[in-house]
Design a protein around this ligand. Structure first.
Ligand SMILES: O=C(O)CCC(=O)C(=O)O
Ligand SMILES: [Fe+2]
Length: 280
């Protein structure tokens, strides 16, 4: 296989589109370029790839070891593939709020690879926010306040027996008995792949700053969250059949829009394993 230079073009707000690559025919040099581009840009879109589930798994394994999500239903035929699905009858979607995957884990997932399987006629976009840029543009007074803090992340309020999904028509996502202790990460991490500082708190799973109550933490957290979703640092991915998106959970947030009620949507997700995170 001949390794070619990938054509990588930054997208407005967040991420990059990668052209000149067939994800089923990549040499090791191309995989290395993809991994580096993922670390640098936070999110990569590959249009029109039409990967089979086997090819999706093979690609993921070459980028990083797979980390199976413990809350989402797996595809029965492919236990490492999570089904991110919403039927025409359901009203609640998966990932319908700003978050980054697995920040509640001690070694948070490095990233995810999402493949569009069945799309609604319109809507169902995914938004991505650039958290490198959020940190780089944060006003000095806010930077000084949060630079040395650590934050507590949790999942029970989302996936627990009495969590957010439990009160919806997606009760199957509320997992009683799954052990989910709280986890602490620095608020500003040094990205393990790029070395750049990143703001590492998110609305979905960050509960409070270490040593502070939630009530004490919320005013400052809300300021950080509002800054991070400024439109200038957000890209809206409009999916087309065959598309593949890969994102870095340490460098981005994402938000799955829930604007296609009455239609079916199915995405296949493979989660990539990560590592413990250190302060910048
Ligand atoms: O369905 C989507 O576009 C993304 C859902 C999500 O949050 C995820 O797969 O992690
Ligand atoms: Fe997600």
């Amino acid at each position: 296989m001949i390794d070619t230079r990938l054509h990588i073009e930054a997208l407005p707000g967040c991420g990059a589109v990668v052209r000149n690559v067939d994800l089923t025919q990549t040499g090791d040099g191309e995989i290395d370029q993809i991994r580096q581009a993922l670390f640098d840009h936070g999110m990569l879109v590959f249009r029109g790839q039409s990967l089979t589930p086997e090819q999706h798994i093979a690609l993921a394994e070459r980028i990083a070891p797979i980390d199976v999500n413990r809350f989402f239903p797996a595809d029965p035929a492919y236990p490492v593939i999570a089904k991110v699905e919403k039927t025409a009858e359901q009203t609640t979607n998966i990932g319908g709020g700003w978050h980054t995957d697995h920040s509640y884990d001690r070694e948070p997932a490095m990233g995810s690879i999402l493949v569009a399987r069945d799309l609604p006629p319109s809507g169902g976009d995914t938004l991505f926010a650039d958290l490198y840029a959020a940190w780089a543009t944060l006003p000095d007074d806010l930077r000084a306040k949060v630079r040395d803090l650590r934050a507590v992340h949790a999942s029970d309020h989302v996936f627990g027996e009495t969590g957010a999904y439990a009160g919806t028509d997606r009760k199957e996502l509320a997992k009683g008995g799954v052990e989910t202790p709280e986890t602490v990460h620095p608020v500003v991490i040094r990205h393990p792949g790029s070395g750049k500082p990143v703001l590492y708190v998110n609305p979905g799973f960050t509960m409070r700053f270490e040593g502070m109550t939630r009530e004490e933490s919320l005013p400052l957290l809300m300021k950080l969250f509002a800054h991070a979703i400024d439109q200038s640092r957000v890209y809206t991915l409009r999916w087309e059949p065959g598309d593949v998106a890969m994102w870095d959970n340490r460098a981005t947030w994402h938000f799955a829009k829930n604007d296609y009620h009455g239609h079916y949507r199915l995405m296949h997700r493979i989660t990539l394993g990560g590592c413990a995170l250190e302060a910048a």
